[in-house]
Design a protein around this ligand. Structure first.
Ligand code: PLP
Length: 395
């Protein structure tokens, strides 16, 4: 018999993954070209050519024990130093290898930092809509998730409610910009106000509230929009980065945490994160891909391909009568469902072999997420189906 906690987790297992499986089943019946699977955030753009070259170079030119051996739990020192230098160059920060911990993707980084910070019952604040896995990651360490209701006008965080919901038990706040599922980039103004709230509350409670910036989509931003680097705005910021989307490497499981020396109890946090990386069973981030990404820090996928998808899908859906805040980043549209029950709406979409995810999976019912990290041709083929679906409701 598996644990009671696990029974619940299996029962509520990811809606998104279930959709993905459903897509495969429908493709078996109708043919892959007649199924429009917008469910999963799996990058459709190829990794940049630099990554392949770097992998070959590492394998062919570096000593095997350097490429395949155990290492410090925080990762290779030279790789971490290169990453620190690259961040400093891009954002005017002052990091060194001691501020960087290589992780098993953003998911690994979030689990490492939450394990490091949380006592059972500590509160972690998230802004709806949010990546549904946060609930599980917080639950892994018996933290308490506190959800701030969505601001559906522009999907910038609701800071009034945020201020009211911070308590003496608040240990961390997770923000994700560019955002999954809305694609919204939090403005510098928003970040400044959010930082001011945190400063005030830390003083009021005489506590440390860590801001965890979950940034797997940092490089996917459109129309020249700036994605503020958060360590500059609030002293207790820890950044979780990932190469899953920036280099289209989600299966390689590689990312890093940035822990600036300004964070409270810096040395303890770094020491804790090292041990957490080890005892969560990651031990260290995968070695070969660490060495490869270090050679490609200025490379990124062709963002224009996603941008083209975004323009086509957004403009088409809006012309059919759907409502959506135009995303400035990531590769998702968060669209208001044409009936109140978002799950029923996504079921109705299935009649047309359109696979989209209910907003309730992200803590925001009444919406659905459409992942446009897919082939442009599939989007073109799907448009008449979205039009028919809209007609059911808007005729
Ligand atoms: N955070 C957000 C907001 C995500 O959307 C994802 C993946 O889709 C992750 C974290 C996990 O990323 P990774 O594959 O780097 O673990």
């Amino acid at each position: 018999m598996i644990s009671e906690k696990m029974v619940g987790l299996v029962k509520n297992s990811s809606v998104i993954r279930a959709m993905f499986e459903e897509g495969k089943r429908l493709a078996g019946i109708y043919g892959a070209e007649n199924v429009y699977d917008f469910s999963l955030g799996n990058p459709s753009v190829e990794p940049p050519k630099e990554i392949r070259e770097a992998l070959l170079q590492v394998i062919n030119e570096e000593a095997p024990n350097l490429v395949h051996g155990y290492m410090n739990n925080s990762g290779y020192e030279d790789v971490r130093e290169k990453i620190a230098t690259s961040i400093n160059h891009n954002f005017g920060t002052d990091f060194h290898c001691d501020n960087i911990i290589m992780t098993v993707g953003a998911a690994g980084g979030l689990n490492v930092i939450l394990k490091t910070l949380l006592n059972p019952g500590d509160e972690v604040v998230v802004f709806a809509p949010f990546f549904g896995e946060y609930r599980n990651y917080i639950g892994n360490f018996d933290g308490q998730i506190v959800i701030i209701n969505p601001n559906t006008v522009d999907f910038q965080p609701n800071l009034k409610e945020f201020e009211q919901k911070l308590t003496a038990k608040t240990k961390a706040v997770i923000i994700n910009t560019p955002n999954n599922p809305t694609g919204v980039v939090y403005s510098e103004q928003t970040i400044r106000e959010l930082a001011a709230v945190l400063d005030r509350k830390e003083k009021e409670f005489d506590s440390s509230i860590y801001l965890i910036a979950d940034e797997p989509y940092r490089e996917l931003a459109y129309d020249g929009v700036e994605v503020p680097y958060l360590t500059k705005f609030y002293h207790n910021t820890i950044v979780g980065y990932s190469f899953s989307k920036s280099l289209s490497l989600p299966g390689e499981r590689i990312g890093y945490l940035v822990i600036p020396k300004e964070v409270d109890d810096y040395e303890d946090v770094v020491a804790g994160a090292n041990v957490a990386n080890r005892i969560l069973g990651y031990v260290n981030a995968p070695s070969l891909i660490q060495r490869a990404v270090a050679k490609c820090l200025e490379a990124k996928v062709e963002v224009e391909i996603y941008n083209r998808n975004r323009e086509l899908l957004y403009n088409s859906l809006v012309s059919y009568g759907y409502e959506c805040v135009k995303p400035q980043g990531a590769f998702y549209l968060f669209v208001k469902t044409l009936e109140v029950d978002d799950k029923a709406f996504c079921e109705a979409a299935k009649k047309y072999n359109l696979l989209i995810v209910p907003g309730s999976a992200f803590g925001c019912p009444g919406y659905c997420r459409i992942a446009y990290c897919v082939d442009y041709a599939m989007i073109e083929r799907s448009l008449p189906k979205f039009k028919l679906l809209a007609k059911e409701y808007l005729a």
